[in-house]
Design a protein around this ligand. Structure first.
Ligand code: CTP
Length: 399
């Protein structure tokens, strides 16, 4: 049984921490909840005690004979603070120890995850930015807040991510991978583009976005700053990733190329349409016309090839590692090797399509072709495992 400390500080999102606590206890973790004094104004001590099955206190002066201000941190396998207010981030960054939670943060030697939630102005304030940078430099994982509706009518970055997604980050951290992508910015494209025929119809593909989202989740858990360019995906936003939504190949190109200029690595997991209709009907095409007009297609930009070319020609700042994906139905290795070279990427993850693999399934199997190296086989398994192998290869190239 792993010991988890759930630190809770005073924000309206405290109610979501109850669900996070449930996810930990239901998966067999022993959780000690350490709220700040003001957090109890939102959700009271009995709720935390009943849900965790452990005593709850905010002060270092209760049960002093057990030396709680030292013991709780020393015995934890993980400390997660959710929600983390601007005040708690500041106190943690400066090493203050004026309540049980900040004492615990100072004595813990295990991984620490902060899930901040606050108003956008507070999140973007230079003081908070500096505190977050300090905490990250020291090896803590700070999960960027989600963008969306805040306490009142306002919205922006500052929302606590979905508890299930925060839990997923913690679960990954507990499995023991080092935060080897800390300080790195990675861009991931996911899902499948849609090319409009008329206002209600499009040409699309079967990509669910599961592999790209698994790449985003695992990168956050390994400490990366993640920009996820998401094309038509119906999945919850991975906690800590900045999600940019796009629809078409042209939108996706714009989002990926601009984010890539500030990135250490780009992983193109999206299924990008190679062609789009040369013209879109402004109104719904009616079946009353005797013979339907054929749909004439034009070529879309090849984003992966463009990234490779920008880097080769030195046109703009470029990521050090570029990763492509390829779905092949036949001659998998030969086609993959040719594609790796044609697109100028460093790694190409080649999937064999079929046998319930690749599209819309939680499992995947692949071989990663490595420019100037031997291929790496990834046996059938969860898309998260495949993602970790990709990040292992990326991290070793960045090191
Ligand atoms: N890709 C891209 N832009 C496109 C098409 C594909 O950036 N217009 C990227 C995909 O995100 C993926 C890789 O290129 O990482 C390979 O995609 P794939 O469809 O297998 O390659 P194609 O170039 O379309 O080759 P082909 O259709 O000949 O197999």
């Amino acid at each position: 049984m792993r010991s988890v400390v759930l630190g809770v500080s005073a924000g309206i999102a405290v109610y979501k921490a109850c669900e996070l606590l449930r996810l930990f206890t239901e998966s067999g973790h022993d959780v000690r909840v350490v709220p700040t004094r003001d957090a109890l104004r939102f959700v009271g001590e009995p709720t935390w005690a009943a849900l965790s099955g452990n005593p709850v206190t905010t002060e270092v002066w209760d049960s002093v004979h057990e030396v709680p201000h030292v013991r709780i941190g020393q015995h934890a396998d993980l400390v997660v603070v959710a929600p983390a207010t601007a005040d708690v981030l500041a106190r943690a960054a400066h090493g203050l120890a004026n309540d049980l939670l900040t004492n615990t943060l100072l004595t813990a030697r295990c991984p620490v995850v902060f899930a901040p939630a606050m108003h956008t102005e507070m999140w973007e304030h230079p003081a908070t930015r500096a505190n977050v940078a300090t905490l990250r430099e020291r090896g803590s994982i700070v999960v960027d807040p989600a963008v969306g509706r805040l306490t009142g009518a306002d919205s922006g970055p500052g929302r606590l991510p979905d508890p299930a997604e925060i839990f997923e980050v913690c679960r990954r951290v507990l499995t023991g991978r080092a935060p080897d992508l800390a300080g790195r910015h990675v861009v991931i494209s996911a899902g499948g583009t849609r090319e409009a025929i008329d206002p209600v119809r499009f040409i699309g593909n079967r990509s669910s976005g599961l592999q790209g989202y698994a790449l985003a989740r695992t990168a956050v858990a390994r400490g990366a700053e993640v920009t996820l360019v998401s094309a038509n995906v119906a999945l919850p936003d991975p906690a800590g990733a900045k999600v940019v939504r796009v629809e078409t190949a042209v939108d996706l190109r714009e989002a990926v190329v601009s984010a890539a200029a500030h990135a250490d690595a780009v992983v193109m997991a999206a299924a990008v349409a190679d062609f789009r209709p040369s013209r879109q009907s402004g109104t719904k095409i009616k079946k009353s016309s005797a013979e339907p007009d054929p749909i004439h297609l034009v070529k879309n930009p090849d984003v992966l090839a463009e990234l490779g070319e920008i880097r080769r020609e030195g046109i703009a700042p470029s990521p050090r590692v570029i990763v492509g994906f390829a779905a092949e139905t036949d001659d998998v290795l030969a086609n993959g090797r040719a594609k790796l070279e044609r697109k100028g990427c460093d790694l190409l993850v080649v999937n064999q399509v079929g046998e319930n693999l690749a599209f819309g399934t939680p499992d995947n199997a692949a071989v990663v072709l490595v420019a100037g190296g031997d291929p790496v086989e990834i046996p059938r398994g969860p898309k998260e495992d495949l993602a970790d192998v990709v990040w292992d290869l990326v991290a070793s190239r960045l090191a």
